[in-house]
Structures are given as C-alpha cells and as structure tokens.
Design a protein around this ligand. Structure first.
Ligand SMILES: NC(=O)c1ccc[n+]([C@@H]2O[C@H](COP(=O)([O-])OP(=O)(O)OC[C@H]3O[C@@H](n4cnc5c(N)ncnc54)[C@H](OP(=O)(O)O)[C@@H]3O)[C@@H](O)[C@H]2O)c1
Length: 322
C-alpha cells in the first residue's frame, strides 16, 4: 500500500521584516475540501509582490487598507507565496475543471501559500486565486514566470488597445512583466521601443524590441518621437528623468499606463490565452535565477535589490518516499 505523509515542507513567515523572517519548517499538509483541488507544487517564484508582502513596505496612503488585507500586526497567512506551478494530486468531489495528474499554473491571490510542497485551491477564479492548465512546452519554473508576468502584461497591454504598426514603448523592459509585455506588443503588431539599463540592452532586443533606450544614459527622447501607447512596467516607485520625458511623448489620443494603476486581476481565461501564445512560441518566459526552496532568504535578498532580469524562480523538490 502507498503511504502518504501528512506533513510537508513550507516557508513560514510569522512577522513582517527582512528576508531572514522566512523560515523553512515542517507543517501539516492540507487536505482538499469538496470544492478544492490539492496541488503538488514543483515551482514557485519570488515576485515584486512577495517582497512587498514580506517587508510590508506599504505607502502610507494604502497602509490601513493593505494591512487589513494581509494582516494587521503580522502576516495573516503564515505561508506566503503568490505563484505556483505543479500537478493536481487529488480533487474534491465537486471539482469539474481538473483531474489528478493535470499540470497546472496560477496565482494564489490573498490565499498566498505557494511557498510550500502542497496547496489547496478552488477551481473558480476569485481574489483567492486563479488556476489553469499550464503550457505544455515549458518547464514548471518557466510556467511561474508566464503566470505572473503574463497576467500583469496581458492586463495592462490590453489597456493600450494596440493596433498593428503602432509605436509602443515599454518602460522597465527587463523585469518579469516588461519581458512579457515586449513579446505581447510585438505579437500584436506594434513597433516596440524598450527602455532598460545598459547591461540589459542586447538581450532585451533579442526578445523582439525594435529599438532600445538606456535610461541610465539618456534623459530625453529624440525630438519628434511620439508613442501611441506607453506602459510603465516597473511601477511608480522606480523612476528616472527619461520616464518623466516619456510621459509627455504621446501621439494625440495616445495612452500612458502604469502597472500600478489598479489591481492585478486573477483570471483563468487570461491564463489560457497566455498558454496559447506560449505554446505557439510567441511568448517565451525569461528566467533570471533559480533557487531551491531552502535558499528562499537568498532569493528574496536578490529580488529585493530591484534589478532582476525576468523572473526569479524557486524549485520545490519532493521527498519521493512520501
Ligand atoms: N497592479 C498590481 O496589482 C500589481 C501587482 C504586482 C506588481 N505590480 C507592479 O509591477 C511591478 C513590476 O513587477 P515585476 O516583478 O515585473 O518587476 P521587476 O521584475 O521587479 O522589475 C525589475 C526590473 O526593474 C528595472 N528597474 C529598476 N529600476 C528601474 C528604473 N528606475 N527605471 C527602469 N527600470 C528599472 C530593473 O532593470 P535594470 O536592472 O535594468 O534597472 C529590473 O529589470 C512591481 O514593482 C509593482 O509595482 C503591480
């Protein structure tokens, strides 16, 4: 008879603070309710959102609202982690969309809990997550980048209503969202200008950008240059003189959108659209570094520096005796 352990490895965060508040522990393995699936997680990610939650460095105007959502004095969910890719291990009796063995990817929303070997989720979209079948042609690690960068890039690029031939500028092109947004804008037929720092110029171009601008060397845009759509893909806390110049370089009717305008929508239909573009080779997730779960502190320290190139991923290995 096959024996399953009722314990699992997880990263536990019982207080807000520096990366060192994240501790590897053994905790109870969750069991799915009738309307839940149990996911065996093979990869998770360290995103800008995870850094934000762990450090709780919340701008003063959102402080009360965000702390009420994530926990007033300490994280409400002691296992954090927003992104997962893995396999459905078992399903509750009411589950219709998934079956054991399905390979899935998604976000856990306010449910968090992706820094663990297992996670239970509902199959329907809500602020507690969204889940879909993962693209077949990429690894679990790549799927975490496709999920997070993809959901953000799709949601915000859609706001541009891009038509073929239009001029699009992606500011902050080397992050998880930026690298996906370049590829999506190219797929939609735009001429893409990507803004990043010196070290990233060449490989960002290789993702499909027609032109690149170095925000560490250029403070202004060439005279007469205008864009139909500009996406700030790094958010309002990261700025430069060039970013200020970009805001004024719009065509009549052009649109400037920041990734911090509004909240991330957890949408499994969008995950399915991302899957199609990944499987047809139009979008390739970019991974910067991969760490084992045991090195989560190191991974958070690296991402916290704010200069990752694409996504930073955590691999979760499972004890095969379980
Ligand atoms: N609306 C929402 O609900 C929501 C949800 C999640 C995240 N977000 C926003 O999404 C942002 C992006 O997340 P992400 O994970 O995709 O980003 P990220 O990967 O953390 O971004 C890192 C990139 O930012 C670039 N960067 C740093 N400072 C910069 C500057 N001054 N100008 C231009 N680029 C700069 C870095 O490139 P260099 O090394 O070349 O500088 C690096 O490649 C987050 O910071 C957050 O503001 C919004």
């Amino acid at each position: 008879m096959k024996m399953y352990s009722n314990r699992m490895k997880a990263i536990v965060c019982t207080k807000y603070g520096p990366p060192e508040v994240l501790l590897l522990k053994e905790v109870a393995k969750p069991a799915p309710k009738d309307d839940e699936v149990l996911i065996k997680i093979f990869a998770t990610a360290v995103t800008a959102s995870d850094i934000f939650i762990r450090g709780s460095q919340i701008p003063i105007k959102f402080w009360i609202l965000m702390r009420l959502a994530i926990g007033l004095t300490k994280p409400r969910k002691s296992i954090i982690g927003l992104v997962l890719a893995g396999e459905i291990e078992s399903t509750g009796k009411d589950i219709k969309r998934f079956k054991p063995g399905d390979k899935v990817y998604g976000l856990t929303g306010f449910g968090l809990g992706a820094y663990a070997e297992y996670k239970c989720m509902k199959e329907t979209d809500s602020t507690y997550g969204c889940l879909a079948i993962k693209p077949d042609n990429i690894s679990y690690e790549e799927a975490t980048v496709a999920a997070y960068g993809g959901l953000l890039a799709f949601q915000y690029v859609e706001k541009g209503n891009i038509r073929p031939g239009q001029e699009v500028l992606i500011y902050g092109a080397s992050g998880t969202t930026g690298t996906t947004a370049i590829q999506l804008a190219r797929y939609l037929g735009a001429k893409v200008t990507a803004v990043c720092s010196t070290a990233n110029l060449e490989w960002v171009k290789s993702l499909g950008a027609d032109k690149v601008i170095d925000y560490t060397r250029e403070d202004t845009l060439s005279p007469g240059i205008e864009y139909d759509f500009i996406l700030d893909a790094v958010g309002k806390s990261k700025s430069s003189k060039l970013k200020d110049a970009c805001k004024k370089a719009l065509t009549q009717g052009g649109k400037y959108v920041s990734i911090d305008d509004g909240s991330l929508m957890l949408d499994s239909n969008r995950l399915s659209s991302i899957r199609e573009l990944v499987e047809t080779g139009h979008i390739k997730p970019v991974i910067d570094r991969i760490y084992p779960l045991e090195s989560i502190v190191e991974a958070h320290s690296y991402v916290g520096k704010g200069h990752k190139k694409g996504g930073v991923v955590i691999t979760i290995s499972h004890n095969t005796k379980k």
